[in-house]
Design a protein around this ligand. Sequence first.
Ligand code: ADP
Ligand code: MG
Length: 697
Amino acid sequence: MRPDVLSPLFATLDSLSGIGPKLMKPYARLLGRDMPRVIDLLFHMPSGFVDRRARPLLAEAVPETDVTVEVTVDAHQPPPPGSRAPHRTYVSDASGDMVVVHFKIEPARIERMLPVGAKRWLCGRISIYDGMRQMTHPDRILDAAGVERLPAVEQVYPLVEGLASGHLRRAMEAALQRVPDLPEWIPEDVRAARGWPSFREALMRLHKPASPHEATPAGGPWRRLAFDELLAHQLTLALVRAQEEKAGGRSTIGDGPISARLAAALPFTLTGAQEQAIAAIRADLAADTRMLRLLQGDVGSGKTVVALMAAATVAEAGRQTALMAPTEILARQHHETIAPLATAAGLSTAILTGREKGRAREAVLTELAFGRTDLVVGTHALIQDDVIFRDLALAVVDEQHRFGVEQRLTLARKGEAVDMLVMTATPIPRTLVLTLFGDMESSELREKPPGRQAIDTRALPLDRLDEVVAGVGRALASGARAYWICPLVEETDTSDLAAATERYETLQAVFGASVGLVHGRMSGAAKDEAMARFARGETRLLVATTVIEVGVNVPEATVMVIEHAERFGLAQLHQLRGRVGRGDKPSVCLLLYRHPLGETAKARLAILRESQDGFRLAEEDLRLRGEGDVLGTRQSGLPGFRLARMEWHGGEVEAARNAAAAQVRADPDLVAPGARVLHTLLHLQERDAAVRLLSAG
Ligand code: ADP
Ligand code: MG
């Protein structure tokens, strides 16, 4: 049960004065939850800030910087009726004068806000126009009482339509009033050494900072709150791990025939790195402890085959394997790669995604429950309640950083002492591994299968589009297949979708019926069909949004065009590029960017041109994000974390992990009186997996 002290934080937002049912809608969109709660608002982080501390005289104000000036209103000059000219208000102080400009505003309204003869404080930026100081649409117009309340630093928040920043600030103010004084859960030595404020104080200072430094992810308040999150996560991992150790593992040993037939059926020889990974996994399976292993390897490095070999060993022991992928397309492709080899080896497989329905689904479930399926490949459809295994021994989770710990645990609970293999095609730097998974063994496939060729990567401005189209035309004429990627950052972004569809149409006008289209808004069946037609060569130029990002394998594709490459992260570009260069023919990747290119984007494209080592690119990606705009941190949020940002708070992972480990070692069920605060933390951070373990124990 959630401790009572937290109740005010988990009340829904409409319990705050000023938020009624109507405003719940925009807040729901803003905070990404149907019934947003006070805590969701408090954890809505600012995206920037305005420093309101500069209070110069007019004559001393630095143009184009944020200032607050104290002025007397001298006169109004409304525009002539029917004119589009602005309303001008003349103001002055002892040092000089200025004109305040408002477009499209009722004169009566502005005259009420700025009565002639009155003293007012204006916040905004001054520019010099025709030799005259001018402030256009001040951010704020305040009287003496208002300026009293003006904070030194004003936070700027991401907003959605239907929600004004003033409203959000007032709501935040009301939410802050609800924050109780909670007992401290961060070990005192950690907190004191860093000079961090208490939880309540941190929220106050983050949302109402006294200095700009405090307002950023680098400041103490944000760091403290991020640490809370890291600590809760590490505690969860440690508790789960302790429980798994207590429960023990099972030893799974194969007798070899299926693996031997599989090895014989492979149309290639395994690389040394693959052999090593398979050996390590077999040793883990055979040990009577639980396996938790990460299999890292660049796209196309051959992870699927490794997973398949592991499944063969498990099947030899009469037990089952589940392989869970993040998307429908990827699950199907895994299954297609696996099925022929599995059949040849006498390993029975099945697929289970959201698309298997009715009888077909029933049939899969029955086979699984009776243990007649050795290996099932699927999406998160695999973790539904009615999916029952006869004896699940191995769970393979592909691209796991898209899944939370919760999902991994749910899958693992479908068997007894299930061994876990996590595969990722985005090499994860060690710090991130610790953050996301805690302590974990790792196998890396750094060595690529033989015969792979380097991908000739070039960056071109978008205004050379015609040349690019001509080049693609030549490649198609010589029998090549090509991808054309358009950015679709969010599946719901209609303007991006329109751009992709338009590109499809213009390319179709040039190349006719050989052009296909696949995007995230299409139904699963339509997506698969579009991909399948491209794989079969019925279409030869595939316009795609980033749905093809992960795992898709068409070895005949040798040309990759990425539009607006500046909008993608390094790791993502590398993933996309990895769709080509999978066969034995030379491939090219053209990165089309729009002018002007920011420094970070420039660096990203340069590194990508020069390196094809996913491990190095992953490190660089992390570094570049850290060097980006201080507050341009939104894209680098960690999945499953609301506040922690790797580039800012990654350095604290170790401390959080140590603190969590020490706690759990000393008191594995967190029953000591001193551990009560950790229960509060876990509830606050909604770490359900940990909370369940504690209440069960
Ligand atoms: P990943 O899952 O790491 O992206 P896959 O396992 O899907 O890579 O392998 C990519 C392609 O390379 C597949 O077509 C696979 O059959 C092939 N492949 C895997 N291992 C080897 C190898 N040792 N030699 C040659 N080809 C391989
Ligand atoms: Mg794969």
